[in-house]
Write a protein that binds this ligand. Structure first.
Ligand SMILES: Nc1nc2c(c(=O)[nH]1)N[C@H]1C(S)=C(S)[C@@H](COP(=O)(O)O)O[C@H]1N2
Ligand SMILES: [Mo]
Length: 437
């Protein structure tokens, strides 16, 4: 298992080597591509010494923790630390987290309304006043000292919008146990640790350029303002996970709106990161500061966690996880009762972190026969497609529904997912039991 002493320096050096080798392979980004992106960025704004007018740093100011007022959230009866209501028809509470009840998405559009968007909190939702908040960008990868941006300053920068899912790396984890008989650790999500929203904000690349990112920068490390995470007696510090500069300069957004409204408290108010296509942990909520570094950075969230460990993976673990995998889900309760000889319209959604979904097949007889579902959305990267298929159940008794997606990168959901000890990236076809009555 991967739970070593996090402060062990030999361990850190080993991770350092893995990171510099492995990340480039997994993300498909090499140093040359990164330098090209950096050069393109330089065409619109100077790379060095480009602090934004009013956001310029006080010279010599240290990289101190931001000073936004943070108060503990009001506890709710069901999930301590989540602010929004969690009615059981919309959410299943799992510890500090709330999973979307997938059947509650039936009839909603591509965008997941905030009232049913899943919440994954390591601790509790902090209450942060946008007026007193600021983002600090600092580190050895900048030409000068720290640069601070107020909420209003960020909102005054050129805005971008992107429709993208946020999906937990552990979404579908419970099926390692229930479908494959394998033991895994972590929150026992079914398929509802995903939501799609239209995010509006400013490109991270824009902010990094204004902060004076240099050609020597390799990693950025966004960090949240929520409480420090204590796991098995070890204080891991505040939630933070390094991003390679190439991704940071590509399509990452500092989002301040979700579906046309200011970000709700549980989803990162006032500003969060959105890293399209990548595992949810990348999209750090309640952003407080971003370190820009001229050497690779580490945190528990890209060393011990969010990598693949176990017999089917290298002894030192896989490269840090980046892209999400491929999944499908029915908008139907498990064990739903369906009347025999009455037509039913089965609906659901499929999504992939690698490429738009190309095709969805469904089976209503446990996988003996397959047919194509009708797609209701133009396949788009970073989003999901809604689909439907008619069915007239004949024989009363138990039945198993299956849905299997194929994406334009050529990936098809397999029958079995490759096991890893922390239960990440489940991608196998999920068996959905119903009863014909
Ligand atoms: N600061 C902070 N950012 C965070 C987290 C967190 O606990 N704290 N959880 C991460 C994880 S594991 C996921 S899956 C997504 C969930 O985003 P959501 O709660 O808006 O659905 O946020 C990520 N960003
Ligand atoms: Mo997550």
């Amino acid at each position: 298992m991967a739970h070593h002493d996090l402060s062990e320096s030999a361990y850190d050096r080993r991770r350092l080597r893995q990171w510099s080798r492995g990340e480039a392979r997994t993300a498909g980004l090499d140093r040359r591509a990164m330098l090209r992106l950096l050069a393109a960025a330089g065409a619109t704004a100077p790379l060095v010494g480009a602090a934004a007018g009013s956001a310029a740093a006080a010279p010599g100011a240290g990289p101190t923790a931001p000073t936004a007022p943070v108060a503990p959230a009001t506890a709710t009866a069901t999930a301590p630390g989540i602010v929004k209501p969690l009615p059981p028809e919309l959410f299943t509470v799992r510890g500090t987290n709330a999973e979307t009840v997938f059947s509650s998405l039936r009839g909603t559009g591509v965008l997941t309304p905030a009232d049913r968007f899943f919440v994954r909190n390591h601790t509790v939702t902090p209450r942060i006043d946008a007026a007193g908040w600021e983002l600090t960008v600092w580190g050895s990868g900048l030409a000068g000292g720290p640069v601070r941006f107020s909420y209003d300053e960020l909102r005054a920068l050129p805005a971008s919008t992107v429709t993208a899912f946020v999906e937990c790396a552990g979404n579908g984890r419970s099926f390692y146990a229930t479908q494959q008989g394998q033991q895994v650790g972590g929150t026992a999500w079914t398929l509802g640790a995903i939501g799609v929203a239209r995010w509006r904000g400013v490109r991270l690349g824009e902010v990094l350029r204004r902060a004076g990112v240099t050609r020597g920068a390799v990693d950025v490390l966004p960090r949240g303002l929520d409480d420090e995470v204590v796991s098995a007696g070890v204080n891991l510090g505040r939630v933070r996970r390094p991003l390679p500069l190439a991704k940071a300069l590509d399509d990452v957004l500092l989002a301040y709106e979700m579906n046309g409204e200011p970000l709700p408290p549980d989803h990162g108010h006032p500003v969060r990161l959105i890293v399209p296509g990548w595992v949810g942990i990348s999209s750090v909520k309640w952003l407080g500061d971003i370190e820009v570094s001229d050497e690779p950075l580490y945190s528990p969230w890209n060393t011990d966690m969010y990598r693949l460990f176990g017999p089917e993976h290298p002894p030192e673990g896989s490269a840090p996880l980046t892209r999400q995998t491929l999944k499908s889900a029915f908008e139907l309760d498990r064990d739903a009762a369906l009347p025999a000889r009455r037509p039913v319209l089965l609906t659901g959604r499929s999504w992939s972190g690698a490429a738009p979904v190309r095709e969805v097949e469904i089976s209503t007889d446990g996988g003996a026969h397959w047919r194509r579902a009708r797609l209701h959305d133009a396949p788009r990267p970073g989003s999901w497609v809604r689909w439907s298929a008619g069915w007239v159940p004949r024989t009363p008794g138990p039945a198993v529904l299956l849905a299997r997606a194929t994406d334009r990168a050529g990936r098809t959901q397999p029958d079995v997912s490759v096991h890893n000890t922390q239960g990440y990236l489940f991608d196998a076809v999920v068996r959905h039991p119903v009863t014909v009555v």
